[in-house]
Design a protein around this ligand. Structure first.
Ligand SMILES: Cc1cc2nc3c(=O)[nH]c(=O)nc-3n(C[C@H](O)[C@H](O)[C@H](O)COP(=O)(O)O)c2cc1C
Length: 200
């Protein structure tokens, strides 16, 4: 009887110490998925849900809302493409950094995205004003706690549209008085993080 109790206690202690070596369960923390596992339709993802393109280092970064973008395959890599007008404060950050993130949000953050898409980082701390919470991924890249999907991308290409090569209806977007010509940035998707909200 005594031996049985000792054995049971030892088994329990072994079980408990095993648990201590496991990574802490964090149901709200981000989990990595393969780019091919992104389930959302890319057209709906950009056009309906919008996203934030965020770029820079902790003490020198900026973010802005986008609704034009593409997800696909190029040079045998999964890629994301964004189009940033030369008039955006974000443009300078895209030029001087090798990486950027794309963060997608649940519908309740629409107002914050609207704010970040109508205010410039040149004029003040728009991130703080938006109410979103800046956070940094393991790689050090910036994103937001409220995002439910984050794509980390490494710049592979960046060049402005060639006006001469644009069809008339596309060129109209860059006519005098409209936005500055957009730079096309193609990034290799290095990581995709999703956050399950259930249980929060
Ligand atoms: C819904 C929405 C989508 C937008 N999409 C783009 C886009 O794809 N490319 C772009 O250059 N600007 C886009 N903008 C405009 C920028 O987000 C906006 O000019 C922003 O204030 C720029 O901020 P910044 O000066 O801090 O970079 C969009 C704005 C909104 C509201």
């Amino acid at each position: 009887m005594k031996t049985k109790t000792i054995l049971t206690t030892l088994a329990l202690l072994a079980l408990m110490s095993c648990g201590q070596n496991q990574p802490a369960e964090n149901p709200t923390g981000p989990r990595e998925i393969d780019p091919a596992e992104i389930k959302e339709n890319p057209i709906a993802l950009f056009n309906d849900h919008w996203a934030l393109v965020t770029v820079g280092v902790p003490d020198d970064l900026n973010t802005m809302t986008i609704s034009w973008g593409s997800l696909g395959e190029l040079w045998n890599k999964p890629v994301v493409t964004v189009y940033v007008s030369s008039s955006r404060h974000t443009h300078a950050f895209m030029e001087k950094n090798d990486h950027f993130t794309l963060s997608f949000f649940p519908p309740e953050q629409r107002e914050a995205l609207q704010y970040l898409g109508t205010h410039s980082g040149r004029d003040g701390d728009k991130i703080q004003e938006s109410g979103l919470t800046l956070e940094f991924l393991e790689s050090g890249l910036p994103t937001f706690k409220e995002a439910d999907m984050v794509i980390e991308a490494r710049k592979l290409y960046g060049a402005p549209f060639d006006r001469e090569a644009l069809a008339e209806e596309a060129a109209a977007f860059y006519a005098p008085g409209q936005m500055g010509i957009q730079t096309v940035y193609i990034g290799e998707i290095e990581h995709v993080w999703v956050r399950d909200r259930t249980g929060e």
